[in-house]
Design a protein around this ligand. Structure first.
Ligand SMILES: [Zn+2]
Length: 431
């Protein structure tokens, strides 16, 4: 349905069209909480991929082998009986201390259940960081020098419940265990829907941070206060920066620095084949309520990115496993090697840029972290997010009111001109 159709109807049956218009407008404003099920069930089994259990088990064993470098925690949250837990691995080389403040990096993988390759990159990146495998392109001493400047928190599987659904056979599902897209459940421009909105793909939940996974990630972010954030996805090859909800990049030095870091990665490691720029400007659609927009706008993370690490556009629409994950060993290994290497370059260049550009490294306070922080309460929210939501709702209702008023005025004018035309016709006929 578009505006022209509505305006044509308004001449014939204004009351029906008002109703239809209001319904249409309100449906673009309000979130739907009833996900549709149009998924195709494509069972998969591939020797290249770990199950969620075996992947997390391998990570725990790896951490146990390097107690001087790694620690691991599980953060838990719940909402109305729905439970979620997120494993967080921290790299911080405690034996080698440097005199300057360390750059804090937060990486998240597996926010969408069907993107299995991202969690394999997480596992391999940890192997590389631990020094158990050699990173292509870099010698081990250079890697150690780069890592000395960093504290890195890795979330290897943000959406464990959603991943379990995929492992149970629904390889097209990207949402969490309650049917919510975790990359639409954050507060920046939450709930707005585009014309091509697909509730199966993009259900934003009943409110910003309605989902425990998003609550946990928000709490992790506020405690850790990172300088660099990367959300790792698959479905295409791209290096994205804010914004997702509009077709622009941040103004000024911050946007310029982020873009130059991404262009450098694209040139060095991907033969310029990745799309680079704002998510909203490059991907072909706007996304509202995303994690990366929140990280940049609200959490004030100076470098906030979304990496899309693999996609097969030629795969059948029903074959999500092939669409989002490499299926042959050579491609699988290339994706792992290229992206793990790109992360090391990001750490190196990002550290340099953050220091050189004075991008809030010193004025971001250090983080606190203790055991009490590992559980997130039900319906956790803070006043700032509540205020943002209220302003956004107000803006949406004002937009609705304004459009309705314009339509009523058009109908009113149209009726007056029609009456005048009828009067004129009567007069002419009568004369
Ligand atoms: Zn994704």
């Amino acid at each position: 349905m578009n505006w022209l159709v509505i305006l044509c109807w308004s001449r014939r049956n204004p009351f029906v069209s008002i109703f239809l218009l209001l319904y249409y407008l309100s449906s673009t404003v309000h979130a739907s909480s009833s996900p549709l099920s149009n998924s195709s069930i494509v069972p998969f089994s591939s020797p290249l991929y770990h199950s969620s259990d075996s992947l997390l088990r391998e990570i725990k064993t790896l951490v146990g082998r390097h107690p001087d470098k790694f620690s691991i925690e599980t953060m838990r949250g719940s909402n109305k009986g729905y439970l979620a837990e997120i494993v967080v691995v921290t790299y911080n080389h405690t034996k080698r201390q440097i005199n300057k403040p360390k750059i804090r990096v937060l990486l998240s993988f597996g926010q969408h259940g069907r993107e299995l390759i991202t969690t394999e990159v997480a596992l391999n990146l940890l192997h590389f960081i631990a020094g158990e495998r050699r990173i292509p392109y870099y010698d081990s001493q250079s890697v150690e020098n780069i890592l000395d400047n960093l504290i890195i928190k890795v979330v290897p599987m943000e959406n464990l419940n959603g991943r379990k659904l995929v492992e149970a056979g629904d390889s097209c599902d990207r949402r969490n265990g309650q049917g919510v897209d975790l990359n639409r459940n954050w507060s920046v421009d939450w709930g707005k829907k585009e014309k091509d909105y697909d509730p199966y793909e993009e259900n934003p939940g009943s409110a910003p941070f309605s989902e425990p996974e998003a609550q946990i990630m928000r709490k992790l972010t506020s405690l850790f206060n990172p300088h660099i954030w990367v959300s790792v996805h698959s479905g295409m090859e791209a290096l994205f920066m804010p914004y997702d909800h509009k077709n622009t990049i941040p103004a000024g030095l911050a946007g310029h620095v982020m873009k130059s870091v991404l262009e450098d990665l694209n040139r060095r490691h991907f033969q310029k084949k990745c799309l680079v720029g704002s998510g909203g400007g490059s991907v072909g659609y706007l996304a509202h309520g995303t994690t990366t927009d929140y990280m940049y706008d609200i959490a004030k993370v100076p470098m906030a990115f979304t990496f899309e690490i693999y996609g097969d556009a030629s795969a059948s629409q029903n074959d999500c496993f092939t669409m989002f994950n490499p299926i042959d060993k050579a491609t699988f290994q290339t994706v792992i090697d290229d992206w793990c290497t790109a992360f090391i370059t990001l750490f190196k260049e990002g550290t340099k840029m953050l220091g050189g550009a004075q991008l809030s490294v010193s004025d971001k306070t250090t983080f606190t972290w203790d055991h009490e922080d590992l559980h997130v309460e039900d319906n956790n929210s803070n006043n700032r997010d509540g205020l943002e939501l209220a302003v956004q709702e107000l803006r949406n209702y004002f937009r609705l009111f304004f459009l309705s008023t314009v339509l009523l005025m058009i109908m009113f004018c149209s009726r007056i001109s029609k009456n005048k035309f009828n009067d004129l016709t009567l007069t002419l006929n009568g004369s």
